[in-house]
Design a protein around this ligand. Structure first.
Ligand code: CA
Length: 648
């Protein structure tokens, strides 16, 4: 992996003392312009895109335990320069990333002489802002009490947001876990469900859709907490820290670090459409790999009994059946979910790993993260929360040849949970294990920062279709949100692509999935995670259309390029991903009406394209091969259905 290259600062300028503007930074193509200003001792930034105001003057700064660096400030130095990002990242939407940005960085000081740096990167379609905190004389550490960082959108802006949950509520008191429903196209004045603001990422439609902005954060390590967006207050949102109730009330809300240090980056992807903001890569551009590993995880596909067969399937015979099923699908992995400690046991797991190896399949094991922070009894518990036990278990897994772990039910976003994520990843790296997080927060640049990190849930995922019919009813609509919002800032462990019509082991009882079989192929393309544990079951080998099984055997899980071609969050999405020379196109209709749309396709003009369309019923698949793939751009997609194409 090539490293981020910070090119030389072009100029070091003396500050204009009394002018309101600190400086103006235009993106390389000039369309995105960020202006910083000093106004009565407060520092602000604002942004325009093609001349349209996207961010009105919004405050910057923070309050430290030793003094306020949010007001009474004067600017004392300014640096302006450029940056080039050039790196490879096989586990997200585009494998070879090249971006350019312009940089402004300035220091402010308060009347006590305490100093704070502000660093802003402006790419063509993204802004990243962070604070640089120098050592303050003898003071070599900081507790950051709050951030002033605001996002002040024009008043006509509408929002696509998911609320932050209250802490210590829900099943076994495991919330928040980024599994709430979105409110779509809502005015900013709408209250969030719990009155606790919103989880990142947050999508905003500005000026009737002339510009869009996707707000998130990245570069969060053990040295900071995860943040969220506050409620809309006094005409703005601001960066908010975790709630005191998170982590069962234990741990601090305020992050602390040694100085000099820096905060995570606050990111805003900005473009003329939600397609542009969905293709953002600022999340990874500005972060630094935290360690190297000898060998990257072998990304691929796996089977997972728990999603349809649930807890009762965590026994030796059923897991053996899922190993055989993985082999039949040509998949690399079987994920064994909760209760294996009790119902299979250590010796049984060792036997299963041996059996699986003979079938060319590897095992991934589930653990609870807890811990004192919820009431989870699903085992194994109390192993991943403490380094002594964690390392013992990981050494055992390395010895017997387990390849990865899925760790579930985390506490919240306090710094001590960020420490736990990092410690699990780091210990796992030492033991050749890759890591998946569930019941969890979103990743914040982790795909690049921690090379054995694979993906996080942090979404109302496939399990909810089992739990409530309501989530079957809204499945297609939700699928048109994730490419624009959640999955745009990080790998998403959704665990979907059911081929069962009914959400149960017998495929006759339980909730009824309303989406078509082609829809399930489409989400295998639309939902990105470098390892996909699909929600398939052995019966699908005989009761699902053979075309679907063949497709799910072959579909890649890593991509060289991603294009979000058309769509509207909550209504539809047309997107394509390239793996080598092959383009996979997915068009998903989340509305109750037939979708007719005309789009430009990525296929070569004379190419032959495999076309999967919905048939008469949701269970019928019509597979055809069409010449001249580029001319297929007039799409008709049934309600809760999809069109999928594969070609060069
Ligand atoms: Ca979950």
């Amino acid at each position: 992996m090539r490293t981020t290259l910070l090119t030389s600062f072009l100029a070091m300028l003396a500050m204009p003392v009394s002018a309101a503007d600190i400086t103006k930074t235009a993106s390389p193509n000039g369309r995105l312009v960020v202006t910083t200003a000093e106004d009565g001792g407060k520092i602000t930034y604002s942004a325009t895109y093609d001349g349209i105001t996207v961010i009105e003057p919004s405050r910057l700064g923070l309050v430290a335990n030793f003094g306020s660096l949010a007001e009474g400030l004067s600017v004392d130095s300014l640096y302006e320069g450029s940056v080039t990002y050039d790196y490879e990242l096989p586990n997200i939407k585009v494998s070879d990333i090249k971006r350019e940005g312009r940089v402004q960085s300035f220091y402010v000081s308060n009347s006590a002489g305490q100093r704070l740096g502000v660093e802003i990167v402006v790419e063509d379609n993204a802004i990243a802002i962070r604070y640089l905190i120098p050592k303050q004389g003898e003071t070599g550490s900081i507790r950051v009490m709050s951030e002033a960082t605001e996002f002040r959108f024009p008043s006509s802006t509408t929002t696509f947001l998911t609320p932050q949950s209250d802490a210590m509520i829900g099943w076994k008191r495991t919330k928040p876990s980024y599994e709430e429903e979105y409110q779509l196209d809502a005015p900013m004045t709408a209250k969030s469900k719990f009155g606790k603001g919103y989880t990142f990422p947050c999508l905003f439609k500005v000026d009737g859709g002339k510009a869009w902005a996707l707000v998130s954060e990245t570069g969060v390590t053990s040295k900071y907490c995860g943040s969220r967006l506050s409620e809309y207050e006094n005409g703005a949102y601001h960066v908010a820290y975790p709630m005191p109730e998170e982590n069962n009330g234990n741990g601090t809300v305020e992050p602390a670090m040694a100085l000099p240090g820096e905060t995570p980056w606050r990111t805003i992807a900005i473009g003329e459409s939600p397609m542009v903001t969905a293709e953002q890569t600022i999340t990874w551009d500005v972060v630094t790999p935290q360690y190297a590993i000898a060998k990257a995880p072998e990304y691929g596909k796996g089977t997972w009994s728990w999603i349809l067969w649930q807890d009762a399937s965590i026994n030796y015979e059923d897991q053996k059946a899922y190993v055989d099923f993985a082999k039949a699908m040509g998949y690399s992995y079987v994920l064994i979910d909760n209760w294996w400690d009790l119902n299979i046991g250590t010796k049984g797991i060792e036997n299963l790993v041996e059996y699986a190896k003979k079938q060319g399949v590897d095992i991934v094991l589930w653990y609870s993260s807890s811990g004192y922070w919820n009431d989870i009894v699903q085992g194994p518990i109390n192993m991943m929360d403490r380094s002594i036990v964690r390392k013992q278990k990981m050494r055992w897994m390395k010895r017997i040849g387990v390849k990865g772990i899925k760790v579930d039910f985390f506490a919240g976003d306090k710094q001590e949970t960020m420490r736990l994520y990092e410690d699990i990843l780091s210990d796992a790296a030492d033991n050749n294990l890759f890591v998946i997080f569930h019941g969890t927060t979103i990743p914040r640049g982790w795909e690049r920062m921690y090379p054995n990190y694979v993906g996080s849930e942090a979404v109302l995922a496939s399990e909810n279709l089992i739990f409530e019919q309501h989530f079957c009813d809204t499945e297609a609509m939700c699928a048109t949100l994730h490419p624009f919002i959640r999955n745009a800032v990080g790998c998403m462990e959704y665990g979907g692509s059911f081929l069962n019509r009914y959400m149960s082991r017998d495929n006759k009882s339980g909730n009824r999935r309303l989406t078509s079989q082609v829809f399930s192929l489409a989400t295998a393309v639309a939902f990105q995670n470098p390892m996909q544990f699909f929600a398939l079951a052995p019966n699908n080998l005989t009761d699902a259309p053979a075309e679907c099984i063949d497709f799910l055997k072959e579909v890649p899980t890593t991509w060289d390029e991603t294009r979000i071609i058309d769509g509207y969050p909550g209504k539809y999405v047309v997107m394509a991903r390239r793996s080598g020379d092959d383009w996979y196109l997915a068009a998903i209709n989340g509305t109750p009406d037939v979708l007719k749309v005309e789009v430009a396709l990525p296929f070569a003009p004379d190419s032959e394209v495999k076309l999967y369309a919905d048939g008469k019923t949701v269970d019928d698949v019509v597979l055809s091969t069409v010449k001249n793939g580029a001319k297929l751009g007039k799409l008709t997609v049934k309600p809760q259905g999809a069109v999928v194409m594969v070609g060069k």
